[in-house]
Design a protein around this ligand. Structure first.
Ligand SMILES: [Zn+2]
Ligand SMILES: [Zn+2]
Length: 243
């Protein structure tokens, strides 16, 4: 599984790894990357549960190779999110399922705010750390719709101090949830998707940008107070272990 974390201090230089093995696959198709003129692309290996193929192809410059197969960027992330080959057939969403890419997209936009706040709450001189996890899928134990989740955590040697998640529930798509721990602190439908659903035309670029900004600001607004409260609560518990 993909996992990366950032240390509270500047991270040490990466350990000397084995030299990367050049893994590139060449085919005969036009590359789907905008403005790429190469014709040695290979089809994205993604096949959804209904047997439909991803219609893109990628040259060696623009392909991602995972477990020996070429994927487009979106499907490489999905493949990693569901844990690779063995869970693939059941877990991979349909090609027209927007939920994973919506969770990933909103997660990418909110990530700088989440990380900035979590880093700001780390106490200097401690081993407080912050980690970001890539997109993953959650299958509810009680059944029901799957959720696509991006998660950020602040933790120390005793465990997780606070966890922040951006989620899209396949049953409520395109509603996006933001959670702090188990608390739902924000919920909103992206206005550009809402507009498309209603058959309304898109906004001019500057109005569209302003509207997206309001959407992200509104979604995020309830998170900082709850994050701060949970971090303080966790530290108070540590300070008064008898409580
Ligand atoms: Zn290309
Ligand atoms: Zn693909």
């Amino acid at each position: 599984m993909l996992f990366w974390k950032k240390e509270a201090d500047p991270p040490p230089p990466p350990a000397a790894a084995a030299p990367p093995v050049p893994r590139q696959l060449r085919g005969t198709l036009a590359c789907s990357e905008y403005a790429c003129r190469r014709h040695d692309g290979v089809t994205c290996a993604y096949v959804d549960r209904r047997g439909r193929l991803c219609p893109t192809a990628w040259c060696p410059d623009h392909q991602l190779v995972v477990e020996g197969r070429v994927f487009c960027r979106r499907h490489a992330r999905l493949f990693a999110a569901v844990g690779g080959e063995f869970q693939m057939v059941q877990a991979l969403p349909d090609l027209d399922n927007r939920s994973p890419s919506l969770a990933d997209y909103v997660g990418d936009v909110l990530e700088p705010r989440v990380l900035e706040l979590l880093w700001g709450l780390c106490r200097p001189g401690t081993n407080d750390q912050v980690a970001a996890e890539p997109l993953r899928v959650v299958h509810p134990t009680a059944g029901g719709a799957r959720r696509w989740v991006r998660t950020w955590k602040m933790f120390d040697h005793t465990g997780v101090i606070v966890q922040v998640g951006v989620e899209v529930d396949e049953g409520r798509d395109p509603e996006v949830d933001i959670k702090v721990g188990r608390n739902l602190v924000g919920q909103a439908i992206p206005p550009w998707i809402d507009r498309r659903r209603q058959g309304l035309p898109g906004l001019p670029p500057d109005e569209d940008a302003a509207e997206r900004q309001r959407f992200y600001d509104g979604l995020w607004a309830g998170a900082p107070p709850q994050i701060i409260a949970e971090v303080e609560q966790s530290r108070n518990v540590l300070r008064y272990p008898g409580r």
